[in-house]
Ligand binder design. Structure first.
Ligand SMILES: [Zn+2]
Ligand SMILES: [Zn+2]
Length: 364
């Protein structure tokens, strides 16, 4: 008998995860086995757990993962930045494994829409190698994963959310081409919103306006570069639009980023834009997120709307580089507010769902 490892497995939505033991896989050429040291709970893990989003079961959720290499498969010698890899190195990796050869990977530059896509924390764990998610002691990485050796200066908790929340914001930032001195409206002060504010500050934006409905989150985002915050709870749409216009010389924001996952925020964001403004929609990553909007407003005011789901491999390296470059300026260590062990995973999910901290870390 080989060795085995533990994992927190979800067998049905809206029920507690259970701890199971699976045999460790044989490490095949091009693959690697990692001992997980930290995995943070992402909003999309909660979407699956609460049944808002469909996933196969049984499943090991969790995809914001950091760990140490236990075994390298034949042929694996370097990370994606050509840094040599050895057993014991601390790494993070892309949320997805993509083939690099299909229409979307090769022709269209959309690795996250690969025809043969696999995503950590999103696929069934019923069959070997079993360890394909983050709420576990181990994770098995397959060859199409972009692996990055984590710089020593970054702690596990600082770097864990990079491979989902931060890399996604970086991808959105690239897509909507935010420029210095622009005024940015950020809708949502969760992890995505906090990272977006820090990026906006780092890139020299003028007004960095963050809207949310929880005061404690708006307090945190001020330490990440937000110049103005709006608690939208109890405010009408017109009042929010008025506040944004007041802060932007009467014109409205150059860019709006929807990062909260609440469908009515998309039309509200559009109304907060100046003529010629750009909006990026990232948060509403679940089916049935309907909204109402007057299409003539998009025409008459020459608006741009972009959508983004996940990110390409390049954005994870940029995310880690950004953390390293900006860690003296922004308190990234405050993003994880509570920690649980694998045995207390259900407590961790409930804390994450309450929204009382931006991220909960699971440390197996
Ligand atoms: Zn592909
Ligand atoms: Zn995520």
């Amino acid at each position: 008998m080989g060795k085995s490892g533990r994992a927190a497995v979800m067998t049905a939505a809206k029920t507690d995860l259970e701890i199971r033991e699976y045999p460790l896989p044989e490490v095949e050429p091009g693959c690697m086995l990692v001992r997980i040291s930290c995995c943070t709970i992402c909003g999309s893990d909660l979407h699956t757990w609460t049944g808002r989003r469909q996933s196969p079961v049984p499943i090991i959720l969790g995809h914001e993962i950091v760990g140490h290499i236990v075994e390298l498969g034949r042929g694996v010698t370097m990370d994606s930045g050509n840094n040599p890899l050895k057993v014991g190195d601390r790494i993070t990796w892309t949320i997805m494994d993509n083939c690099g050869k299909c229409y979307f990977c090769r022709e269209k530059g959309l690795m996250m829409k690969c025809s043969h896509l696999k995503k950590y924390g999103h696929d069934s764990c019923a069959a070997p190698p079993h360890f394909v998610g983050g709420f576990a002691e181990y994770c098995y990485l397959t060859p199409g994963t972009c692996v990055i050796r984590v710089p020593d200066a970054l702690t596990d908790e600082e770097v864990a959310p990079a491979n989902c929340a931060l890399a996604t914001v970086v991808a959105g930032w690239d897509m909507i081409e935010v420029k210095p001195f622009e005024n940015v409206l950020i809708q949502g002060a969760g992890a995505l919103g906090v990272y977006a504010a820090a990026l906006a500050s780092h890139y020299g934006c003028r007004r960095i306006i963050v809207a949310d409905v929880m005061d404690h989150r708006l307090e945190v985002v001020k330490r990440f570069g937000a110049t103005d915050t709006i608690n939208a709870k109890g405010l009408s749409d017109d009042e929010v639009i008025g506040r944004v216009r007041d802060l932007t010389g009467g014109f409205g924001a150059d860019v709006a980023m929807e990062l909260a996952g609440f469908p009515p925020l998309l039309p509200l964001g559009l109304k907060c834009l100046r003529t010629g403004g750009r909006m990026i929609e990232i948060g509403n990553a679940f089916a049935g997120a309907m909204f109402q909007c007057d299409a003539s407003d998009i025409v008459f005011r020459c608006l741009t709307i972009r959508g983004l789901h996940n990110y390409d491999t390049v954005h994870l390296q940029k995310a880690v580089d950004f953390l390293q470059a900006a860690r003296e300026r922004f308190p990234f260590h405050e993003i994880v507010g509570e920690r649980v062990t694998l045995d207390k995973i259900n407590d961790g999910l409930r804390i994450a769902e309450s929204g009382r901290t931006i991220r909960v870390a699971v440390k197996p």
